[in-house]
Ligand binder design. Structure first.
Ligand SMILES: Nc1ncnc2c1ncn2[C@@H]1O[C@H](COP(=O)(O)OP(=O)(O)OP(=O)(O)O)[C@@H](O)[C@H]1O
Length: 283
């Protein structure tokens, strides 16, 4: 039985994304593969949710449903209170590979979505300059994607996604291909950017530490078919300053063990209060 311990009422407004008793099945020839079941999930404006789960549990399927690329087999999927009908400008997506247009410079890549929105040139320039500066690529704006490092490409992809001002950004293991130093630096930048913009971010990762550093709310998905097994506020969210220092924080080991044990199905999910008490007891 899935347990959602996160208190959705605390945000005080209707969730921007709402999934109720959602199921997802794929057809392969005569076979039906059920990949997600009993998914109840509300994403509130300003949440930075990290989704953890073993390979194949349905994380990307869930993201693709929220993005509007796939239709759930049953259940309810609402975006901003309305039935989800397909991809829309309120939802931006960043994948593991940056997927920049290889023939366009960084600024032209960012401009692409703004042209689609039919914004005038002066407005496009203002927005491009703002987001290129935010991700620290001002000096590199005229370079083509193949002239950028992996981290720079991902920052350009994030800027491109932010520039169209989606209300939610969905990120599917966006830093998985980066080396650890670049990854740490880009994690810090994303966290800072979230604080500055108060964007809603839904971020898939395999990395427990990445989730603890980035999220204000952590969700685990387990099993086959996958279902939500834990949905908690990150008790360390406001205590972390830099990506390098949080492993020394009191309560970190307890939280990490709780998440890993839940992912391995070794520990029954705990209530939010019990989790807080457990972390507090370690301090
Ligand atoms: N379009 C599809 N058609 C048929 N089966 C699919 C399709 N997409 C995904 N699947 C299957 O659904 C299951 C869940 O896949 P999904 O990519 O959602 O998992 P995941 O948790 O994101 O995995 P990973 O962490 O390895 O990326 C897998 O068994 C996969 O083979």
């Amino acid at each position: 039985m899935p347990l959602n311990t996160y208190d959705n009422q605390q945000a005080g407004e209707a969730p921007f994304i709402s999934l109720k008793d959602m199921q997802m099945e794929y057809q392969s020839g005569s076979k039906t593969l059920r990949v997600l079941e009993n998914i109840d999930l509300d994403v509130n404006t300003g949440d930075f949710i990290c989704v953890l789960g073993p390979s194949g549990c349905g994380k990307t399927s869930l993201l693709r449903i929220i993005a509007g690329y796939e239709n759930a087999t049953s259940g309810e999927v609402k975006i901003d209170g309305k039935k989800h009908k397909g991809p829309n400008a309120d939802i931006g997506v960043v994948f593991q590979q940056a997927n920049l247009f290889p023939w366009l410079s960084v600024e032209k890549n960012i401009e692409f979505g703004l042209k689609m929105k039919k914004l005038p040139k002066s407005e496009r320039k203002r927005i491009i300059d703002h987001y290129i500066n935010m991700v620290g690529l001002t000096e590199f704006s005229s370079l083509l994607p193949h002239e950028l490092s992996g981290g720079m490409k991902q920052r350009a992809a994030i800027a491109r996604s932010l520039a169209t001002e989606p209300k939610v950004i969905l990120m599917d293991e966006p830093f998985a291909a980066l080396d650890s130093i670049t990854r740490q630096s880009i994690q810090e930048q994303l966290r800072e950017l979230w604080k500055q913009t108060n964007k809603t971010i839904f971020f898939i990762t395999h990395d427990v530490d990445e989730a603890i550093f980035l999220a204000n709310r952590i969700i685990t998905i387990n099993g086959s078919p996958g279902t939500v097994t834990l949905d908690i506020e990150n008790p360390l969210a406001n205590k972390i300053e830099e990506a390098s220092d949080y492993r020394d924080l009191k309560g970190y080991n307890e939280l990490r063990h709780l998440l890993i044990n839940t992912l391995k199905n070794r520990e029954a999910p705990l209530s939010q209060n019990l989790i807080k008490a457990k972390i507090a007891a370690a301090e």
